[in-house]
Design a binder for this molecule. Structure first.
Ligand code: 5GP
Length: 141
């Protein structure tokens, strides 16, 4: 397996070198909205520590990221009046991974509404800002 590349786009977001619509942060995890959401509120949850994916991640970081994903999923149900949540996580190109810093997708779902195809439409920044505020507020409630 290739080694971790510190110049991947999520590493740059974590270092504050690139912008994001942040929704959550704690000592070990960071979460922001996907710029090409498959549904409104589509959030990516990452460990702060470098990890390419599930295969090389520190087990403690992995467990912590899943706990953060649960926290975000519960808030997303409220913020987006969702009927369910889809959680996805891809490993290596053959497994569907495109960005090589471990991340868990948390996608709010409405009954009967299919997911958009991956990376199909770049969302308007103003829409993402509103959604990030809604989700952050639900996380504080
Ligand atoms: P995966 O690696 O799990 O297949 O998917 C990577 C995800 O990152 C995709 O859903 C894609 O829309 C998202 N993505 C790619 N580049 C950026 C970016 O610069 N910012 C954000 N917020 N999301 C991104």
């Amino acid at each position: 397996m290739p080694s971790y590349d510190a110049n991947n786009i999520f590493a740059k977001i974590l270092r504050g070198e690139l912008p994001c619509h942040k929704v959550y942060e704690d000592e070990r995890a960071f979460a922001f909205l996907d710029i090409m959401p498959r549904a409104p509120g589509h959030t990516l949850v990452l460990p702060k520590a470098p990890a390419r994916n599930l295969l090389d991640a520190d087990p403690g970081d992995l467990a912590h990221v899943m706990q953060a994903a649960q926290t975000i999923a519960r808030a997303a149900i409220k913020a987006f009046n969702a009927d369910g949540i889809t959680v996805q996580q891809f490993n290596e190109s053959a497994g569907g991974q495109v960005v090589f810093h471990l991340h868990v997708h948390v996608i709010p779902r409405k009954a009967g509404v299919p997911l958009k195809p991956p990376a199909s439409v770049k969302e308007e920044p103003s829409v993402l800002s509103d959604q990030a505020l809604k989700l952050a507020a639900a996380l504080k409630a």
